[in-house]
Ligand binder design. Sequence first.
Ligand code: GAL
Length: 732
Amino acid sequence: MCAWQAFAEEDTSLRLPDPKFSPGNDDSWKNAGFDDSSWKTIKADVHWENQGYRNLDGYAWYRFRFVLPSSFREKTFSQDKMNVYLARIDDADEAYWNGVKIGKTGRFYDDQGGYSTNFNAERNYQVDANAPFVKWDQENVIAVKVLDDNGLGGMNGAKPVIRMVDKVLIDVSKDADISNPELTGKTVILSNGFSETMSGSMIATVVDRLTGKVLETKKEKTQITSGATHPFKYQFKHERGQMLEVRYQFTDEKTGKKTGAVVESLPYILTPVSPETPRVNGADVFGVRPGSPFLYKIPATGKKPLEYSVENLPRGLQVNNATGIITGKLEKAGNYTVTLVVKNALGTDRKPFEIKCGDLLALTPPMGWNSWNCFGVNVTEEKVRGSAQAMIDKGLIDHGWAYMNIDDGWQAAERDENNILQPNEKFGNIRKLADWMHERGLKLGIYSSPGPLTCGRFLGSYKYETLDADIYNDWGIDYLKYDWCGYSSVVENDSLEAFIKPYRVMEKALRKQPRDIIYSLCQYGMKDVWTWGAQVDANTWRVTGDIEDTWDSLSGIAFRHGVDRMAPYAKPGRWNDLDMMIVGYVGWNDNLRRTRLTWDEQYMHVSFWAIQVTPLLIGCDMTKLDDFTVALLTNDEVIAINQDKLGEQAHRVAKEDGYEVWVKPLHDGAVAVGIFNLDNEFSRIKVRAEDAGVNPNNKVRDVWRQQDTGVFGNVYEAVVPPHGAVLIKVQK
Ligand code: GAL
């Protein structure tokens, strides 16, 4: 949360009404007097593509008309500055208040230095409340000129709002110390922007979000001199998994004026700690091709040291007893049933495991990491290695996470004299990097485009597909994400065949390689890729545009994108890809920040991805993984639903105003039921046994908490946090 949000929403802010909208560009549209009555109304918190303006790229204008009541500035400490919050704008914008420019972000085509996007920055333009162009108690017009270069465009993410800028601020960063899941540590900063010392009280009220009960009130008197900040250090006690909300407010002793209340939910950890006894985690099945190098690290938890072994391991394979890494080669196709065994001082665990040596790879959705959502084109070898090391050190590798995928930005500007693609100066020898990964049981992925250029305008594979696939094999690459972008410039026509063609070319080039390379298409779902991805032997295909770390983006993909129509096409080896997960610290460009999703939304995110059998690719900086995110990504029962060997995708069984219920069949006859609350409040959601297709007498397990909760009954009732999820498994 940013400091400027520290105003009472109710009394010191003004929500702007829906604006008028027009594509195109005309300088006179900035003026208050311009007649926009013929323009259409639009929503300013949703990309224009999602409101009927499909494929609109280029310039467009928004115009907000509103009366500015003087009452809304009277309750604040200070009355001379306003903050115009315009959320995010894809890609560049310039904003005017009654014709006067108040801010600009990104650059337009004609600007000095040329076009530059800043689609992810929040726009907060400060305006002098006493400026002559600001008309108190009269109508005002804020006009916003927007340039969208490609993809989704326009204002998005939240509704625009004007706030008075206060001089006493409460800054609640989203960071919290939760290394002890029964005690959350928070630092809240109060700052005094006035020229005099302030004396007053800071009050923190702790509420149980489920019951609404006030649990605790902490009051602290303080005095802060002009320009100073004062940190308040809190320790909130709670049970593991208990959901708390804290309301912070400062009251000035002299005048009784209050800052706006800042309310935040505290992070809560649902995943229980893995037991010290040994446990084999991960999928039950693994696909490999005859003759390809075999690499599988047995994911297992328990008190270290662990000793790994495999019973009935077929000839050609060997396991390292200390690391659990199985390597070697199978010459003959066939199904081999083995038993994975892990021992420690406290006991032994055994798990049947099927090695299917044949044509098909990715028999369960790939699990790993991708560099794009955190580092964007600033990815470096050091960052990839750091993320891989964190995958190991934070224990994710022990829960089945394996792929380390380098996205766009690794390629040199030119091929060498033999036309071989080279890494740029941010990377050393890729072969060495792959070896380093493989020695640790991890796998290495890479990125390219069938076009002459990638989305980030690096070299693509166009006309060099075979050479590129050859070099990926030489380097020891295990996964290729093959994007579209630059191929738009060479695609022959708009036919389905023309759209499939480039992916066929790379399919052939990959199939010639004596190693298994997961083939991951990324063309945003064009031409219903889910209907033909398998024809080009792709293992995964992206079905959406790029995800962002907002509820709008997440809920758009999950609930408004029609993913259920794609479900019949998901099966072992063929997965609909909903994009990388926007948890932890993301930023696309080194501007790393904690995901803007709430804690509840993150539970919803991982729950939905799990039942959709989508590849699980973590999009955050792994070196910044905190306890919340680690717990979110290492719940073996949640992961097991995603990795279930039946490979069936969930389908929707109920859609009501405010909630949805999705059901995913599992190989043992049980079903996973995801109950999703789309509302902004806690909801009691009722699921009928017949809708879920379950017998009312069947037992229910809360998967996140890993607890049995009785039988389903005729109607199962779940209390679901706002934008959150409850994920249950109903036994057969
Ligand atoms: C986009 C793709 C992103 C990322 C980016 C790289 O087209 O959807 O996931 O790969 O290109 O430039």
